[in-house]
Design a protein around this ligand. Structure first.
Ligand code: AMP
Length: 334
């Protein structure tokens, strides 16, 4: 399929061409026609699949057609994403795709002073890309109104919940107009995510792209049968083997990960955890220590570990077995 077949506005196709995108990715091919048709979307896709363009292009198309580029009104498109990095990336994508049109976007996130952000907001923007905390904060101060939002995107929903944003999202939903098109993306679809999506979407179309994969044949896999109460001792026993110089341990929950770290620290094994309750700085620090071999064990939850790439790692332990095969493959490597 070619981009031209997607019935997007010519000025968007031109911008896409400038990006050197030759053909639409799977998620783009599936989602763009549905979004152009004003359908709500429940999208199962990870970062790296081209999902940003999959929602950004048809939304921009709608704004062009509706001639709603009247920034004086107030925000018409709201995109909520869990981290500052993702927010910035999404903003950059919108800026590239809006190259030939007069549609303004801005990005807001916490951890920095708000002055520059509110200055831009006061001038008026069409598209707002935000992390939940700062968004609610600026709404509370009266800098942002959502009353004209007609397109709402919730990005990386699973990571959002893992980072503890559920109440923020609920508060946000109360402020959104009920007449809107909503797009919901998550890499995984456990029951709490489905429940959340049901509270947001109206008769959604499901779009899934899975990078179906199997584990690399070079990886040897072993399983130990044990009781839950003995897991801790079994882990200690395994780590007695000095051949395991470094290991990445996966846990299902944040508390579980912290517990493993505490137990290991007690027996003087250097360990650190990365999960949704840790700040970006703490996570980076833990990861760096692990890469520089200053700690022997890194304990992670799946979502915190997503995208991390560690060279020459010889051992991975699934302290808790994942519920999804895909997750297992991601953990141990392809
Ligand atoms: P995303 O999953 O949205 O984070 O996109 C991942 C990367 O793929 C980004 O760098 C995009 O610029 C790029 N990308 C998105 N769509 C396409 C496409 N159709 N062809 C080539 N690259 C793309």
């Amino acid at each position: 399929m070619k981009f031209d077949e997607l019935k997007l506005h010519p000025s968007l196709l031109k911008a896409v061409k400038d990006q050197n995108y030759l053909t639409p990715t799977k998620i783009q091919e599936k989602a763009i026609p549905l979004i152009l048709n004003k359908k709500d979307i429940l999208g199962s896709a990870q970062t790296g699949t081209g999902k940003t363009a999959a929602f950004a292009l048809p939304i921009l198309h709608h704004l062009i057609i509706e001639k709603k580029q009247n920034s004086k009104i107030s925000v018409q498109v709201l995109i909520v994403t869990p981290t500052r990095e993702l927010a910035i990336q999404i903003g950059e994508s919108f800026t590239s795709y809006s190259k030939y049109i007069d549609i303004k976007n801005t990005v807001i996130f916490g951890g920095v002073k708000q002055g520059k952000q509110t200055e831009i907001l006061q001038k008026g923007v069409d598209i707002l890309i935000a992390t939940p905390g700062r968004l609610l904060d600026l709404m509370g101060q009266g800098f942002i109104s959502l009353k004209n939002v007609s397109y709402f995107v919730l990005d990386e929903a699973d990571r959002m919940l893992d980072m503890g944003f559920i109440n923020d999202i609920k508060k946000l939903l109360e402020k959104l107009p009920s007449k809107r098109q909503s797009l919901f993306f998550s890499a995984t679809m456990p029951s709490n995510i489905i429940k959340l999506s049901n509270s947001i979407l109206n008769d959604p179309e499901k779009v899934a792209v899975h990078q179906i994969s199997t584990t690399a044949e070079t990886i040897k896999q072993v399983i130990y049968y044990t009781n839950k109460s003995d897991k801790k001792d079994l882990l200690n026993h395994i780590l007695n083997d000095k051949i395991i110089t470094q290991v990445l341990v996966f846990c299902r929950t944040k508390h579980g990960a912290d517990r493993v770290v505490r137990n290991l620290t007690k027996i003087r094994i250097d360990a650190a955890a990365i999960h949704g309750d840790k700040s970006q700085v703490q996570r980076q620090r833990a990861l760096q220590s692990f890469k520089e071999k200053r700690i022997r064990v890194l304990v992670a939850t799946d979502i915190a570990a997503r995208g991390i790439d560690i060279d020459k790692l010889n051992y991975v332990i699934n302290y808790d077995i994942p519920n999804e095969a895909e997750t297992y493959v991601h953990r141990i490597g392809r």
